[in-house]
Design a protein around this ligand. Structure first.
Ligand SMILES: O=P(O)(O)OC[C@@H](O)[C@@H](O)c1c[nH]c2ccccc12
Length: 258
């Protein structure tokens, strides 16, 4: 479980000569009773890992598509506790690693130690917590280590060189290379020097480097994976899942297979 399960999933992708594809979905968008079916669909469509978002009242890093999905989930009565309970029930039926994306407040409300234990019981393999800077992560790390849960760090375009080096060294599971400045959301183009940025991160990192934010077409997937190990796709997946267009999701995931 945990870090090792994530590492194994990436290894399988590499052995097949593919790139990793990590879809983001908002837990409880469409109702929590849909979650198992959504995870099974993504696993069967060839996703490497799933990033599962927890709806939050103040999602500072989220763009409009993810915010709206969060509102729908909150209207459905979704809470961190309910998501963990749902994951726990279907744990044995699932192979794909799960990474939870949540802000720090709900974790504090839960209690850090209890949260780590509940993640372990639910089969959560990693965490993305965008509002915990490097300086504050020791709040979490001892508890996550106890259960082998990966803390996936985000590398921002605006970080200094030294800070990027530190983030690349510390990250677990994979490095989340944010490809744009600003919030999440589909975009049409990326910065010109993004390829060098990704390659520089790759050179300093012992785990896969995945590019995320704004990735929304098969062309984006193919262009970016020339310089890194895979992609994270959020807003486009959330939008397609909400519309019920699963065929286009399959095509996006297939783009990572080259
Ligand atoms: O939606 P996009 O632009 O495809 O970006 C991925 C993103 O949505 C997902 O990884 C995510 C959702 N909320 C976040 C908050 C911080 C970092 C990452 C995220």
């Amino acid at each position: 479980m945990g870090k090792h399960k994530i590492a194994q999933a990436f290894q399988t992708v590499e052995e097949r000569g593919h790139k990793a594809f990590v879809p983001y979905i908002m837990a409880g968008d469409g109702g929590l009773d849909q979650l198992d079916d959504q995870l099974t669909f993504l696993e069967e469509a060839g996703a490497t890992v799933v990033e599962l978002g927890i709806a939050f009242s103040d999602p500072v890093a989220d763009g409009p598509t993810i915010q709206e999905a969060g509102l729908r989930a909150l209207e459905n009565g979704v809470t961190l506790r309910k998501v963990l309970a749902t994951l726990k029930e279907s744990k044995s039926e699932r192979n794909i690693p799960i990474v939870l994306m949540t802000y720090i407040n709900p974790i504090h409300a839960f209690g850090v130690e209890q949260f780590a234990e509940a993640c372990d019981e639910a089969g959560v393999d990693g965490l993305i917590i965008p509002d915990v800077p490097l300086e504050e992560e020791t709040l979490l790390t001892p508890h996550l280590e106890k259960y082998d849960i990966a803390l996936i760090r985000l590398a921002a375009l605006t970080s200094t060189k030294d800070r990027l080096t530190e983030i690349a060294k510390r990250t677990e599971g994979f490095l989340y290379a944010v490809t744009v400045t600003g919030t999440t959301g589909a975009r049409t183009s990326f910065k010109e020097n993004l390829s060098e940025h990704l390659q520089a991160l790759k050179a300093q990192c012992n785990v896969p480097v995945l590019a995320g934010f704004g990735v929304s077409t098969p062309e984006h997937v193919q262009n970016l994976t020339a310089y890194c190990d895979g992609v994270v796709v959020g807003s486009r997946i959330v939008d397609l899942l909400h519309k019920g267009d699963r065929e286009t999701i399959k095509e996006l995931i297939a783009a990572a297979k080259g």
